[in-house]
Design a protein around this ligand. Sequence first.
Ligand code: BES
Ligand code: ZN
Length: 879
Amino acid sequence: MCRRHDLDASGSTINQGREVLPDNVKPTNYALELEPDLEKFTFEGTVAIALDVVKDSTTVAVNDVDIEIQSAKLEYNGQEYTPVNVEHTDDIQTTTWTFKDVIPAGTTATLTIKYTGILNNNMAGFYRSSYKDQDGSTKYMATTQMEPTDARRALPCFDQPDLKATWEVTLVADEKLTCLSNMDVKDTKSLGNGKKSVSFNKSPKMSTYLLAFIVGDFKYVENNDFRVPIRVYATPGNEHQGQFSADLAAKTLKFYEETFGSEYPLPKMDMVAIPDFSAGAMENWGLVTYRVVDLLYDEKTASLDRKQRIAEVVQHELAHQWFGNLVTMDFWEGLWLNEGFATWMSWYSSNVFYPQWKVWESYVTDSYAGALSLDGLRSSHPIEVPVKKVSEINQIFDSISYLKGSSILRMISVYLGEDVFLEGIRRYLKKHAYGNTHTGDLWAALSDASGKDVEKDMATWTKKTGYPVITVKENGNELHLTQNRYLRTADVKPEEDETLWPIFIGLRTKDGVDSKLTFNTRETTIKVPDTDFFKLNADQTGVYRTLYSPERLATLGKESKLLTVQDRAGLLGDAGALATSGYQKTSGLLDLLAGFKDETEYIVWSEIAARIGNIKAAWLFEPKDQNEGLKNFQRDLFSPLAHKVGWEFKSTDDDILQQLKALAFSQAGYSGDEKVVAAAKEMFKKFVEGELDAINPNIRGPVYNIVLQYGENNGEKEWDQVFDAYKNGRTSDERNVALRCLGRSENPANIKKSLEIAINGEVKEQDIYQPIGGLRSHVAGTEALWEWTQQNWDLLVKKLPPGLSMLGSIVVTCTGGFTSDKAIEDINEFFKNKSLTGFDMSLAQSLDGIRAKASWVKRDAEDVKAWLKKNKYYSAEKL
Ligand code: BES
Ligand code: ZN
């Protein structure tokens, strides 16, 4: 492949349009010494970067942003050189030094830079995080978040994933504090002034975005079952909640070593709970950092959902220790290799460790559904998307990289067989250890292991946006299949419908599944042995929707015995998506849902709830009687279930039964089931009176939501009580659950309070989205949220700088609840003269989502009304 390297005026190169550093020198080792000041919130640093000079050079350029460089010198061949010119370019975040003499190719040189910086409070680079200590005083720690491009905020460096080097880190800090980095401690020296200098062993070759160091007051628990020690660190008093994760990490690392056929190369694994954290967790090699609630687990007070999330996050980050850390994408457009694989792997290993959770069943309603939802929008993007600027890189940590990425891996793993797939993964890791890869390298390894041309089948899936809907036309026992691009907005233009995807048909008949059938043409014809029963996309492992005739769909709805849980959930998911985009009538979807009354499986019920939730969200601004009608339907489905399974949680309940009880309780309660609402109020009353365990953790959120929704005067006083639960929760998780529910209250004064606490300093920046999220469950909240967004826009941008990926998700939360073309106009009007840097993709996706709802409601409002009337759910007739 021929690469273009044009030097632009500022000394950075444009390589395939990307902002990357010139390739005249390559870093091989960083010796970094840092001293953070936890009172002044500053740090002092010195870094000596060993360089291989690969071309005759007079300049050396590094990345840096928001740090102040005090001095720089270059040493080679026993001589010291100081630059004759230095130029910093803010826009592309580089500093370039020019030297008088040519540094000849082949030289090894050391670039030593002294600098100072601010321990910022933006959760990026080297930053400060605060917490209340056991004695109630506010304490600080210094910690890092480098991915994707914030290592340059902590030190001047060659901040690209392909420029791997070894690292020797030294931290200078108060003697009483804990110092951590990727590697184990080599040496600790007392400096005599109450301070110590802690140096860490040299790391293997790794990318800058994986570098980490932390200074703070920590306690830990450990697990020593694995070859190397595993510790979970937390602020004092919380460390005991780390045992579950420490134990799981030990099992997981052992399992991954075996599965990947590759030893975990570092001498330890530390996992740390950080009070201020923008993402959920970060896979820094040997020093994984987490949001508190995604690492610490308290069995007595936390829900099963929380345990599952923690298990997922831990297994995801540990998968990265190989996929990402040992073998790294060449540049950010390969991000999906990291995130898609770690996502797939966390499900794979959850399935091994927790078979009782049946995670591959929930995959369909969770990751797969999330992937197809975003990818059904025109404003989606290909899995391999060219990203050039920093502000673009942050935006692709999204459902496409994670969920579509893992969905196509699941698709190919089922097609090849899991064993063959994993053999390919082992070959890939072996071949590219400590190196960098492109997507084609993964396909090549899978081809190698399977003897199939995997690249031919998979390239379209990573290079093209979207996925198809397959229309099934029956002619006796022949099925005529046609593929076309699916768009949620139902307005595919011919030029958008040119891609022909390689389809893994996955035909299920009474004889079993034929997983070898494929086609990559516009149309094809296949035969089924008998027309009584067949379904495409067995277990919903193919990334496509299936459009059956209304008669076939109705028949399939009745075949629950022949369909797996995934099939049933998939059938509902497809029917929902096809109703949204006008391929089928919404009344057909409602008929299908109504037919599932006797369903027994949790996952299928959760998909039913999701489908009704979707219709309700689109119908939110429609007349009240229709919304009441939908609520009546929801109650008619979930009340009998809730009454049957009950809402008492017994120690003998298996995990799935607990989830089913919690789901039935919440759905029946939200739709106004009197018994459930009364039970929720009763539990809440006891809780408020001081019986802290009166509400089972599995339904704590639902109980708060129900009392906020149905309490007197729209939860007028319940808001304050739930707010107290947030203030006084025993764990971060308890506080979080309360915070997340507050928006549910429709009371105008409460809506105001939910909005206020989001930005008045009451909640941390990392949690802004929590108290406002629930507002989208009602019209008044949705409108107030958007008003508030406009009024506080500058403050929001300040709190969540566009360089973090959080602003985008806030924009989606604040705008995405609307359902009309008029709202699209208003939103566009507001953003017309604003910089969209860092969230232009999220905004476009949010608007597309509104557009899809608007055309859905326009198309099917009458259809839904007629269905509600016919089935006696129309409020006037059934209330
Ligand atoms: N590498 C990411 C963390 C990250 C996210 C860094 C966004 C920079 C920007 C990490 O591995 C991750 O994916 N974390 C997930 C958890 C996971 C279980 C999906 C997260 O943060 O939610
Ligand atoms: Zn990840």
